[in-house]
Write a protein of this length. Structure first.
Length: 103
């Protein structure tokens, strides 16, 4: 909905996404899960909002979490990647180029 897109936009305008993406790869797991939930919320936005996650290195960070010891982290990372892969053709190609879904 437009309301959720507006809230996502406010988060993006606060310019915190780079830090959030960094937190994906830094223990403890509670910090990683909080960062994953933030990324997960952003990638439910529009394609431009999702692109910010890609541009800030989100794909590499999410890729690193696919082998995380916590199944909950793996599941959240997969959910984020699924949302990104349902974006624009260029975003789908970015996911493929990152080696996340080999074809």
């Amino acid at each position: 909905s437009n309301g959720s897109h507006d809230r996502i936009q406010r988060v993006l305008e606060a310019d915190v996404i780079g830090k959030v993406v960094t937190m994906l790869t830094v223990p403890p797991v509670t910090l990683q899960m909080a960062a994953l939930r933030t990324v997960g919320n952003v990638v439910t936005g529009n394609d431009d909002q999702t692109q910010v996650i890609i541009d800030r290195g989100g794909l590499a960070a999410l890729r690193s979490l696919l082998n995380h010891p916590s199944r909950a982290v793996q599941k959240e990372a997969c959910g984020c990647l699924s949302s990104i892969a349902s974006g624009s053709v260029a975003q789908i190609q970015s996911v493929i180029n990152a080696g996340l879904f080999p074809v």
